[in-house]
Ligand binder design. Structure first.
Ligand SMILES: [Ca+2]
Ligand SMILES: [Ca+2]
Length: 630
């Protein structure tokens, strides 16, 4: 449907640089933009997407008053990388935040939706979980265009709704009587939402961009018993966590209602474009024999039972499909359903287009303003994702996926096979060849930002636990440490790729080289259990001649994941390793161990585990280091 006046459409056709105003007969420049993003919300977990278990009347109403997108996808399948795509207009082959450690920073010079709008006179506020740079790094939001950002900078911090403090523009905001995890009196999300609503009121007379990357329903499944949303579910015959989760989604729905109501009350309805979405694909939360795809079936069509393969964390459709709604009375026609295929890198150019700003050239997104206004919408040539070792491309009806660099490419026809069950790579070699070329063209090596003060960031991560910081987060003395004599300096090393990490348990890949024997990397074991081979790729900072590897097993009581058989590779190309320089095994000991190999030179080291000391499927490393040749 064409919502433009014929005259206005004519001006667009001849390429006049008019501010984009759609049906607005008296264009007022610089509309407001509000982006609300629920963390972890699954595709089918809203009423308007078919859920019959979770009540979301406000979001359903928002969809009716605007566009419900049925073919939108996240920038990535986990929290930090997907946020980076949303903020920068880049896909995950070009972004600076591609690992999900929680505090990986944007580079100092990077532009964001907020910085572009801010330079154009917008007030800019963020409320929720940042995930594009911990405190003390080049990625903090107030250095990337936000006048104010209140919430969590680091994702581990964000797991608790009762931390002793949250962060506002890198300063600590104390939350009264909070003790971390689920213990406390001040529910952080209320504080964050209140500040966001205040921001809207305060800036009602000037253009604003309000970004609400709120944390529910992710993290610990906590909602105060006094919350009206809890009252709806508390007596259901469901598992406790499932009830809490549903209540958190309904609370988010109430928050969306509060934003809609306030915008209307401020008389800004027609001046304000509002988005609501998830941040990555849903999870199989609370699954059991009766609900193998999770209690609420985040990736299962409630009526047909057709499933999206995979979950959060994978690049199958289940990791990427998200609910997405846009509402802009007077500009977006009500009651529309759109199957436009778009994803997070498209927010930045769309925001620029809406605000009447030139769209930067060096991005991957395209503006979807034409689709919002019911006009002819240009399409992406293809969509691209990478995370950890996984790669995926979407092109026409085709989706190709590769689980890791040395695995076979899989090919699916999403039109006939939305569940990605039938790999037709062998039947369509020409299609696959073209898509592999697209994937290769889309990937550039990651260049992250930097930390100048890691202590602040680490403090925020410990704040998840309040005063009861578990030993792995304390710098408590452990019995053994890595023998560091003659090693490449740990400070110059960086983990640039890993197969998986136990993010929810804060056993991150970077812990294998953080210089602290009390912390360790562990491969992810829930919700997805990854098996050998597990991989770490470490950048030594510069090409080095090496003659050996030293390793320290996890220093807590456990042995899960302690490495037995492994291959070690050295290369000057982080994407291409030849034959291993060492194939060997570590012993069952908590002491520092050393193995030698013939002198080999390179900047990047790949460790690939083949088995664990206790024959389990996991990998874990407290510390690893590399011996320089003398
Ligand atoms: Ca998430
Ligand atoms: Ca460590």
């Amino acid at each position: 449907m064409n919502r433009l006046s014929p005259l206005f459409a004519f001006f667009l056709l001849i390429g006049q640089a008019l501010p984009a105003q759609g049906t607005d007969k008296n264009p007022t420049s610089q509309p407001n933009i509000i982006y609300i993003m629920a963390d972890e919300l699954g595709y089918y977990e809203l009423g308007c997407m078919g859920s019959t278990q979770i009540e979301t009347p406000n979001i359903d109403r928002m969809a009716k008053e605007g566009i419900l997108f049925t073919n939108a996808r996240a920038g990535s399948s986990v929290c930090a990388p997907t946020r980076c795509c949303l903020m920068t207009g880049l896909h995950s082959g070009h972004t600076s935040v591609r690992s999900n450690g929680g505090g990986t920073p944007l580079r100092a010079e990077e532009q964001t939706v907020a910085s572009l709008l801010h330079d154009h006179g917008y007030a800019t506020g963020g409320f929720g979980k940042w995930g594009c740079g911990g405190r003390g790094s080049t990625g903090v939001p107030e250095d990337h265009g936000f006048d104010i950002f209140l919430g969590y900078y680091d994702q581990v911090h964000a797991h608790s709704y009762y931390p002793p403090y949250i962060i506002k523009n890198s300063e600590e905001v104390l939350l009264e009587n909070n003790h971390g995890l689920s213990e406390g009196e001040t529910y952080s999300h209320y504080v964050i939402m209140d500040e966001g609503l205040e921001f809207l009121k305060k800036n009602k007379d000037r253009p604003f961009f309000a970004y609400f990357p709120i944390t529910p329903p992710h993290g610990l499944f906590d909602i105060p018993d006094s919350d009206p949303a809890w009252q709806i579910y508390k007596d259901r015959d469901w598992p406790e966590s499932a009830k809490r989760y549903a209540a958190m989604v309904t609370m988010v729905d109430r928050n969306v209602g509060e934003v809609l109501e306030l915008v209307q009350k401020l008389g800004l309805d027609e001046k304000t474009l509002i988005f609501f979405s998830g941040d990555n694909g849903g999870n199989d939360y609370f699954k059991d024999a009766e609900h193998p795809r999770g209690f609420f079936g985040a990736n299962v069509h409630p009526e047909t039972g057709v499933e999206f393969r995979g979950t959060k964390g994978t690049l199958y459709e289940g990791g990427l499909r998200i609910p997405m709604i846009a509402r802009w009375p007077g500009h977006i026609a009500p009651n529309r359903v759109s199957d436009l295929r778009w994803y997070f890198p498209d927010l930045l150019p769309t925001a620029c287009d809406v605000a009447g700003l030139p769209i930067p050239k060096d991005i991957d997104g395209i503006s979807i303003l034409p689709e919002l206004l019911g006009d002819e919408q240009p399409q992406h040539e293809f969509l691209y994702w990478e995370i950890g070792n996984q790669t995926a491309v979407l092109w026409n009806d085709w989706k190709t996926f590769r689980a890791r660099p040395n695995a076979e490419w899989e090919l699916y026809n999403l039109k006939s096979d939305p569940s990605e069950e039938s790999n037709v790579a062998d039947e369509h070699p020409e299609v696959l060849k073209q898509m592999v070329a697209m994937a290769e063209s889309a990937h550039t090596p990651v260049v992250e930002g930097t930390f100048f003060n890691r202590d602040l960031h680490e403090k925020d991560r410990r704040a998840k636990f309040g005063n009861n910081v578990p030993s792995k987060f304390r710098s408590s003395p452990v019995k053994h440490d890595l023998d560091r004599r003659g090693l490449v300096d740990a400070k110059s090393m960086k983990v640039i790729r890993f197969s998986s990490q136990a993010e929810g348990n804060s056993k991150l890949a970077q812990h294998a080289i953080d210089g602290d024997p009390a912390t360790h990397w562990h491969s992810e074991f829930q919700p997805v259990r990854h098996e050998h081979p597990h991989e770490l790729v470490i950048d030594l900072g510069q090409s080095q001649s090496l003659t050996g590897v030293r390793y320290l097993a996890r220093q807590d009581g456990g042995w899960n994941g302690s490495v037995k058989e492994f291959d070690l590779f050295i290369s000057d190309d982080p994407d291409s390793f030849g034959a291993p320089v060492l194939s060997s095994s570590f012993e069952k000991t908590k002491n520092s161990q050393e193995l030698r190999f013939p002198e080999s030179t390179g900047r990047y080291v790949l460790l690939r585990t083949k088995s664990a000391i206790n024959d389990g499927p996991w990998a874990s490393i407290s510390e690893i280091g590399f011996l320089k040749s003398e």
